[in-house]
Design a protein around this ligand. Structure first.
Ligand SMILES: C[S@@+](CC[C@H](N)C(=O)[O-])C[C@H]1O[C@@H](n2cnc3c(N)ncnc32)[C@H](O)[C@@H]1O
Length: 296
C-alpha cells in the first residue's frame, strides 16, 4: 500500500490501516468537521483532511489515551513511555512484570491521571495481539503477549508520526456511545464515518469482554436509523462493514444498503492462506450516501 498514510501506534483489532487507500479517496473532497464515530485506534481520522476532527469511542481509557497523544509532543510521549517501560522492567519475556503492572493498573488509586494513561498504553504494547480488553468491571484483562508483543523501533516510528500529526489537527474527543453522540450540530459540509463492530464477525471488541456490551441487532438498527436521519438532513456519511462473513450474510445491512452506494473493498479478509473459493467469501464494503455507485 501507498505509504502516505499514518499508522496508529495502537495495533487495533479491526483497524482500517490496510484499506485506507480504498476508503479515504472515496471521502468528500472538502470536509468541515469529520466525525470518527467509532474511533478505535484512529487509523482513519488521523489520515483525513478536515478543518476539525471529532474522535468518538465508548471506551473511556482509550479516549484518554488518544487525548494524551494529542496534548503531548512526540518526544514527550516517547520519553515518558520508554522511562515507564524501564521502570516496570517490561520486556518480551517478563510475564511477572507484565502481570504486576496490570494488577497496579486495575487496583491502584492513581493520584496522577497521566501515570495511569501511560501505564495503560505500556500494558497494551506488551499485551497479546496488542488487544485492549476489559472485563465487566472495567478491569483490563488482556494476557501477556509473551515473545511477541513489545515496544520496538517500529512502534517508536509510528508514535512519532502519529503524535506529530495529532499535534497539527483540530481535535475534539467525545466519550459517548454512538446513540448519545450529539448529531444535531452537524451541518452540510460535515461528514460522519462509521466503523462499528460487525454484527456477523467477532473481534475482541465484540466478545462481551471489554466492559462494553456486545454489538446487537438493536445497535445495528439504531445506527442505520441515525444514518438515514443524517441522509435526510443532507449530511454525508460512510459506513465500513461486511455484508457476508463466516458463511453468514448480514440481511438487515444488505437490504438497507440498496438505498445507497456500495463499494466493495478488495483483498483484506480474502487473502493468502485463508482464501476460500466459495461464494461465501467475505464481502467487505464501504457504504456511502454520495458519489458513484460501484455495485457487485
Ligand atoms: C472496528 S473498531 C474501529 C477501528 C478504527 N476505525 C481504526 O481503524 O482504528 C470499533 C470501535 O467501536 C467502539 N465501539 C463499540 N461499541 C460502541 C458504541 N456503542 N458506541 C461507540 N463506540 C463503540 C469500540 O470500542 C471500537 O474501538
Amino acid at each position: 500500500m501507498d505509504t502516505i498514510y499514518i499508522k496508529s501506534p495502537l495495533n487495533y483489532v479491526g483497524g482500517k490501516y490496510k484499506i485506507l487507500d480504498q476508503i479515504i479517496p472515496k471521502f468528500p473532497k472538502y470536509i468541515h468537521t469529520f466525525v470518527d464515530l467509532f474511533g478505535g485506534g484512529f487509523n482513519v481520522g488521523i489520515n483525513v483532511d478536515a478543518d476539525n476532527v471529532i474522535y468518538n469511542d465508548v471506551i473511556e481509557p482509550l479516549c484518554e489515551l488518544i487525548s494524551y497523544f494529542s496534548d503531548k509532543s512526540s518526544d514527550e510521549v516517547i520519553n515518558n513511555l520508554e522511562k515507564n517501560i524501564e521502570k516496570n522492567n517490561l520486556n518480551k519475556e517478563n510475564t511477572e512484570a507484565f502481570l504486576k503492572l496490570r494488577n497496579k493498573y486495575n487496583h491502584f488509586l492513581y493520584s496522577n491521571e497521566e501515570e495511569k494513561i501511560l501505564d495503560f498504553y505500556t500494558l497494551i504494547l506488551y499485551s497479546f495481539n496488542y488487544q485492549i480488553r476489559f472485563n465487566q468491571n472495567m478491569k483490563y484483562n488482556t494476557p501477556f503477549g509473551k515473545n511477541r508483543s513489545s515496544y520496538n523501533q517500529n512502534t517508536k516510528k509510528n508514535i512519532k508520526k502519529f503524535v506529530d500529526k495529532m499535534n497539527s489537527i483540530n481535535l475534539k474527543i467525545s466519550k459517548n456511545k454512538f446513540i448519545d453522540f450529539d448529531f444535531s450540530k452537524l451541518e452540510k459540509d460535515d461528514f460522519v464515518y462509521c466503523d462499528p463492530p460487525y454484527l456477523i464477525t467477532t473481534g475482541s471488541y465484540n466478545d462481551g469482554n471489554r466492559g462494553v456490551k456486545d454489538w446487537t441487532i438493536e445497535d445495528e438498527k439504531e445506527l442505520l436509523q441515525i444514518l438515514d436521519n443524517l441522509n435526510s438532513r443532507g449530511i454525508k456519511f460512510a459506513l465500513s462493514n461486511v455484508l457476508v462473513a463466516n458463511d453468514k450474510r448480514n440481511e438487515i445491512l444488505t437490504e438497507w444498503s440498496k438505498k445507497y452506494n456500495v463499494f466493495i473493498i478488495k483483498n483484506t479478509f480474502n487473502n493468502s492462506n485463508y482464501r476460500r473459493k466459495s461464494k461465501n467469501d467475505t464481502i467487505e464494503v464501504l457504504i456511502t450516501n454520495y458519489g458513484e455507485v460501484e455495485n457487485e
